[in-house]
Design a binder for this molecule. Structure first.
Ligand code: BGC
Length: 359
């Protein structure tokens, strides 16, 4: 099948400081359509077909920039679809030591520096350029993050590319360089609900994660202790598992601490790292990543406090995030893959979300 590959850019709204925000859309008709705004290089819409060929939007977000700026959302900031940087998740004690120097990270939650803090990449206006290559069409977002921004050393130049292809893939590629030793652990924070009906929740979705171990957390959701075997726990998704059933294992202290799943799983042992399936629509999403971990987050703090697309209040468990990244707190740990970046290195990480349907 030869489908038409289309790109468009349209104004999406204006920030309080007068900066115009644009929405960049990539489309392969009947196969996949993705829109990304240049505020936070944020995935706002993602249309894929169900088993009957009906296209529907499978990510949480808002219809326009105003939605992202509304107070009810800002007060419960959940990073819907955002690019996260410099460092995803939480760093224990909100500090890290690099080459003998201690760096303190400013808090943006009550007790936590989360997802890069107040100066996070989700808050930045990125520049954007479309591209077209043998694999598909895409848009590259670029940003220069100055030395010291958000409490992190080194000036980082980063590019995040979103590409769609005829085989119904959305691929996100991160490339970065630093001018001084630093740490870097970016991700994307999309909330998926494959039903395409964003009034529903994902407890009836089936999840497989090819991970034999996960990283436990403490009462404040900071990584705590060594990687732990999933076998015999609520965290065993090595076979397709109903998310609602896994969430019902409330006796699991780790589930209690996270208010659901909010944990990093160690991946990289299989060709496909995770598979999410919605039995009703037949949509399946495979996740394949070069990153060593996936932070699985079941919308634990989404509670209908703000209205999303079509004025739909996003309810508890409305969606699931598969945040492909290095492990949280890797900056402070020798037992986890390093997230250090030196000037002589080039950072590269790629995640593919591939969509199929089944009967
Ligand atoms: C974090 C959660 C947080 C959520 C939204 C996840 O990646 O691990 O604890 O509530 O993002 O901010």
């Amino acid at each position: 099948m030869i489908s038409e590959l289309k790109t468009s850019s349209l104004p999406f709204g204006t920030l309080p400081d007068g900066q115009e925000i644009w929405l960049y859309t990539l489309e392969i008709e009947g196969v996949i359509k993705a829109s990304i705004m240049n505020l936070g290089a944020t995935l706002t819409h993602l249309y894929v077909p169900d088993r009957l060929g009906n296209m529907a939007d499978v990510v949480l977000g808002f219809d326009d920039l105003e939605g992202y700026l509304q107070k009810d959302y800002q007060d419960n900031y959940c990073y819907l679809g955002s690019t996260i940087g410099r460092v995803g998740g939480r760093t224990k004690g909100n500090q890290f030591t690099l080459n003998g120097k201690v760096y303190n990270l400013p808090l943006n939650k009550v007790t936590t520096h989360l997802h890069g803090g107040e100066a996070g990449w989700d808050r930045k206006v990125w520049s954007a350029d479309f591209f077209h290559d043998e694999e598909g069409i895409g848009v590259t977002f670029s940003l220069s993050s100055p030395d010291g921004e958000g409490g992190y050393p080194g000036k980082i130049d980063v590019q995040v590319s979103y590409r769609i292809s005829e085989d119904a893939k959305l691929q996100i590629t991160y490339e970065a360089k630093t001018d001084a030793p630093t740490i870097l652990n970016p991700t994307n924070h999309s909330y998926f609900n494959l039903s395409g009906d964003l009034t529903t929740d994902i407890t009836d979705h089936v999840l497989q994660v090819n991970a034999a171990r996960f990283l436990p957390i403490d009462e404040d959701s900071f990584a705590d202790g060594l990687l732990q075997d999933v076998a015999g726990t609520a965290f065993d998704f090595q076979k397709p598992t109903l998310i609602g059933e896994a969430l019902s294992k409330q006796e699991d202290i780790q589930l209690q601490r996270g208010n659901g799943f909010d944990h990093a799983f160690e991946v990289g042992q299989s060709e496909v790292d995770a598979i999410l399936h919605d039995p009703k629509s037949g949509r399946t999403m495979e996740c394949i990543t070069s990153a060593p971990a996936i932070q699985i987050y079941t919308s634990n703090y989404v509670n209908g406090h703000f209205k999303g697309k079509n004025n739909i209040p996003y309810k508890h468990r409305a969606a699931i995030c598969l945040e492909t990244q290095g492990f949280p707190d890797a900056a402070n740990r020798e037992d986890l893959p390093s997230i250090k970046l030196n000037p002589e290195d080039k950072f590269w990480s790629q995640t593919t979300f591939k969509f199929t349907t089944s009967l």
